[in-house]
Design a protein around this ligand. Structure first.
Ligand code: GTP
Ligand code: MG
Length: 258
């Protein structure tokens, strides 16, 4: 079983991608289960098979603890850990090959507080993978792009699982802009030139060594452009997951054939 967690800054497209990717998988005849881990979500762009709101509701927490929405999010994040066993039981009943997790909007609550890590570890860390989402609007400038790289690195340090970097909503960018961003992810000299022309004063602080440290840190930073609206790039996510866990053999595809 592969557990894929979509993690990214608020509004980066996690919920839409969860729905789009699950839909793509189902259209190919692959089995996939979706899990909503965001207790504050209101309009879910898919029908979650498992939904944290069955156990935790943000509005109830606000009432019970007399806190606002932000305080309630923190309490909800900590409460997540208490419901893991029950969620796991429901999940086991699906007997599925793929589980797609939509994580909460406030990324740091899932990434930094103990319960996110506890959840990933308990849902089988050996088969977990993180899809880190790069917001296209932030990725447009070299400084924004580097900030997201740093964020991705901090998520990787925290969870230490295989990683795929995804440029979401790429339909919002022009094709040449997408190419430029993908190039930055592959060629650090280009990114270095770009940041130096954007912010010349950074030349001394944020130099080639800094970028190459980031480069050597991750196995790969290559970004894969996707669009949940136009349903493209889904195959890349699937192929990477197959490669990471089954060495490139499409085992699930084979099972389908049998
Ligand atoms: N054009 C375009 N818009 C998209 C795409 N994916 C998501 N969006 C839009 O981006 C906004 C945020 O998408 P969500 O999927 O809710 O993002 P999220 O990361 O789950 O947001 P939070 O959970 O609130 O942090 C919504 O208005 C979506 O309609 C895409 O591929 N293309
Ligand atoms: Mg969401």
């Amino acid at each position: 079983m592969i557990n894929l967690y979509f993690i990214g800054s608020a509004g980066s497209g996690k919920s839409s991608l969860t729905g789009a990717y699950a839909g793509w998988m189902q259209s190919r005849g692959y089995d996939a289960v979706t899990v909503n881990l965001d207790p504050g979500i209101e309009d879910v762009p898919y029908v979650p098979d498992i939904d944290i709101r069955e156990w935790i509701k943000l509005k109830d927490i606000m009432k019970e603890y007399g806190v606002g929405p932000n305080g309630a999010q923190i309490i909800a994040a900590d409460m997540l850990a208490l419901n893991i066993n029950e969620m796991k039981e429901v999940l086991d009943s699906f007997e599925t090959g793929h589980v797609i997790f939509d994580t909460p909007g406030q990324m740091e609550l899932f990434v930094l507080r103990q319960s996110g890590k506890y959840l990933i570890d308990n849902f089988d860390n050996n088969n977990s993978m993180i899809g880190f989402l790069y917001d296209p609007v932030i990725s447009r400038t070299p400084s924004g792009f580097i900030s997201l790289m740093l964020q991705a690195a901090s998520v990787q340090v925290r969870f230490n699982t295989p990683f795929i970097n995804i440029l979401t909503k790429s339909d919002l960018l022009e094709e040449k802009e997408v190419d430029k961003i993908i190039n930055w992810s592959k060629d650090f000299m280009e990114l270095n030139d770009a940041i130096n022309s954007e912010v010349p004063t950074l030349r001394t602080q944020l130099n080639v060594e800094f970028l190459s440290a980031l480069e050597s840190f991750g196995s790969s930073h290559t970004l894969f452009p996707v669009s949940s609206t136009y349903m493209y790039g889904m195959e890349d996510i699937y192929n990477i997951a197959q490669q990471v866990f089954y060495g490139g053999e499409d085992l699930e595809g084979k099972q389908m054939e049998i």
